[in-house]
Design a protein. Structure first.
Length: 294
């Protein structure tokens, strides 16, 4: 049996595949962050809270209304996206002309409110969400047994990320969104409802976070704290890829998930910090990020 650094190749390949699953979540979450920052200039610290709300929306929809997993993939992001639009209209629109620090502090406060409300209503203990029948079972890849659901997470994330990139970079709507970031007043003079555009952008960004929460629900325990540790890593991913870069967020998210998985095999003690070490190096060598603009 061949080995690398004394570790069997099959073990490394298996861990890399699991790292790719984590990378799919990183990519999807960082995509929403990049959309919001790139088009609105807001550092959305509430992103982890909206991710958690998506998972809870799927769980409660199943328990209270009998909405299955496939329905939750549509309804949960829609509900959380509407909540995001309301939050933008009530709070965020008042800080656009202020220092970005105010937006960060405001969204951090919203995250604390959401987390505290969920803990008060449902407690701190986690709840499980069942894997849908159509995605149960596993695939034998030769070097590992891969659950079908985890393969589905990778595929779904790639399709969603690719579709979002195409929407923003290759469509008229995306051109309008990018124009609003350059000169909102001029765009409004041409009859475009810029405030509505910003609200829809924020709603779409947090809906992506909620969608990631629905995808994560059958994999991890659904709890009010599930977004805390993950959002810190996702912010590092966005910084590495380049703040506001859609392509950078997707590529760096998938890549860093694989790097993290490889580190767990070679040097497990460093697996929790490897992303932040890479972020520090990128900030030193290229502060704009790997795909960001200077």
């Amino acid at each position: 049996m061949t080995s690398v650094f004394g570790v069997p190749t099959t073990v490394i390949l298996g861990q890399l595949m699991l790292g790719l699953v984590n990378g799919a979540f990183y990519a999807l979450l960082s995509l929403g962050l990049a959309v919001i920052f790139g088009l609105m200039g807001v550092v959305n610290f509430a992103h982890g809270a909206f991710y958690t709300l998506g998972a809870f929306a799927a769980l409660l929809g199943l328990q209270w209304f009998g909405v299955n997993y496939w329905g939750a993939l549509v309804l949960a992001p829609l509900a959380v996206g509407i909540l995001g639009v309301v939050s933008e209209r009530l709070f965020l629109r008042h800080v656009y002309k202020l220092d970005p620090l105010y937006g960060l502090l405001l969204t951090f406060g919203l995250a604390l409110i959401a987390e505290g409300s969920l803990r008060e209503l449902f407690g701190s203990s986690g709840r499980s969400y069942p894997v849908p029948d159509a995605l149960q079972g596993a695939i034998n890849l030769g070097f590992m047994i891969l659950p079908i659901y985890r393969a589905w997470v990778i595929l779904a994330s790639l399709v969603i990320c690719g579709g979002t990139w195409f929407l923003i970079e290759r469509t008229r709507l995306g051109s309008t969104l990018r124009a609003a970031t350059e000169n909102a007043q001029l765009l409004q003079a041409f009859g475009v409802n810029v405030p509505l555009l910003f609200a829809a952008t924020y709603g779409g960004g947090v809906a992506l976070a909620a969608l990631a929460g629905v995808l994560a629900a059958p994999v991890i325990v659904v709890s009010p704290l599930m977004g805390n540790s993950l959002v810190t890593v996702v912010f590092a991913v966005v910084v590495i890829g380049g703040m506001g870069s859609i392509l950078g967020s997707v590529v760096s998210g998938l890549t860093l998930g694989v790097v993290e998985g490889f580190t767990k095999v070679i040097y497990p003690e460093a697996s929790n910090i490897v992303v932040f070490v890479i972020m520090a190096l990128v900030l030193i060598l290229r502060p704009a990020g790997l795909f960001g603009k200077d």
